[in-house]
Ligand binder design. Structure first.
Ligand code: ZN
Length: 337
């Protein structure tokens, strides 16, 4: 089904304007300076949008980004990614991956579960190709391995959120009380994807899913780019929706929008970066988040507390033995009183 068939007349200019998408051509990298560490005054920081893949898939992703996305500044293996972020003061990582074809999700999930077992400060999500054989069993197995939710990508996997294949995913996530992180927004659209995200994705379709599955917790990354207003309104209406900020604070993507997080439900906004697939400094968005004038309470929620709740991340700071982390934690608690 093509959503353009149903687009009201007044919105047609918008559709035409966005036909080519943000990534009609690859974007340039930025040479912005990077910091050594997470600033000391910040509360506990969870990066809830970090990509972890086996080496061969990372290599294929870098290749894709060279052709269609942007120059990736941090071409690292999964273990290098984890060491890099944790050694700079990120307290916890939510690791994500996605299966771009049937038959590989099981191996990817086993890989993610192994990374999580090796490091208690990494929480991993599972993936599956919706509609593939045994999709439900693949997810059940992943949950048994300890994976904390499901990550899907509508553009890479050509997902229509209203399809029958997706209903199985919603059901299993609800049954096991696991959140679903799904890139369901229309942007950044690229000709390098096998389908057209503007035909496949819409906030309205997502609204129907959120509304008809009140027991299913859903997180949409990139604040729902590029239907920001629609997603922001949905946050007000539905308690089972979260949005992550990934790449929307960087002032990098060609967006006609700068998010005002203070006007949104700060108990439903989650900080994430898309590290290591970045064209700019790892802490660019962290620094910008600090400049938004948010209250200490809101910062603590967005930077860590909301992600800990959504992904059931246990507080493991005591195991760190790091002065900075302990100090940040105390600061965060103080801010809540
Ligand atoms: Zn991502």
């Amino acid at each position: 089904m093509c959503i353009d068939d149903r687009t009201p007349k007044k919105d047609r200019s918008k559709s035409r304007r966005s036909e080519s998408g943000m990534l009609k051509k690859p974007l340039p990298g930025l040479n912005d300076p990077e910091g050594d560490r997470v600033p000391e005054f910040l509360p506990s920081v969870v990066d809830a949008h970090v990509h972890l893949f086996p080496d061969n898939i990372f290599a294929a992703i870098w290749h894709w980004f060279d052709d269609f996305g942007w120059p990736i500044r941090y071409k690292m293996t999964s273990s290098e990614v984890i060491t890099f972020l944790l050694s700079r003061g990120i307290d916890h990582i939510v690791g994500l991956h996605y299966a771009h074809k049937p038959g590989i999700a099981q191996k990817l999930n086993a890989y993610m579960a192994k990374l999580c077992r090796a490091n208690s400060r990494v929480t991993g999500l599972a993936t599956v190709m919706p509609g593939e054989e045994n999709a439900t069993d693949i997810l059940k197995e992943a949950f048994q391995l300890g994976l904390a939710g499901v990550k899907l990508h509508s553009h890479v996997q050509c997902i229509d959120v209203s399809s029958n294949a997706m209903h199985d995913i919603y059901q299993i996530c609800s049954e096991y009380n696991k959140p679903l992180l799904i890139h369901a927004g229309r942007e950044p659209k690229s000709p390098g994807y096998p389908c057209d995200p503007h035909l496949l994705c819409s906030a309205e379709k997502m609204r129907q899913v959120i509304k008809s599955h009140p027991d299913l917790r859903i997180c949409v990354p990139h604040l729902g780019a590029d239907e920001f207003e629609a997603y922001q309104q949905m946050l007000e209406h539905y308690d089972n929706l979260w949005l992550d900020t990934t790449m929307t604070l960087a002032n990098y993507l060609p967006l006609d929008y700068s998010p005002d997080l203070s006007r949104m439900r700060t108990d439903r906004i989650i900080f994430g970066t898309d590290f290591p697939s970045l064209p700019y400094a790892w802490d660019r968005e962290l620094k910008r988040l600090c400049e938004l004038g948010l209250s200490e309470d809101s910062l603590a929620l967005i930077l860590g507390e909301n992600a800990k709740e959504l992904y059931s991340i246990k507080d493991k700071h005591s195991a760190l033995g790091e002065g900075q982390s302990a100090k940040r934690k105390a600061h965060s608690v103080k801010g809540k009183v």
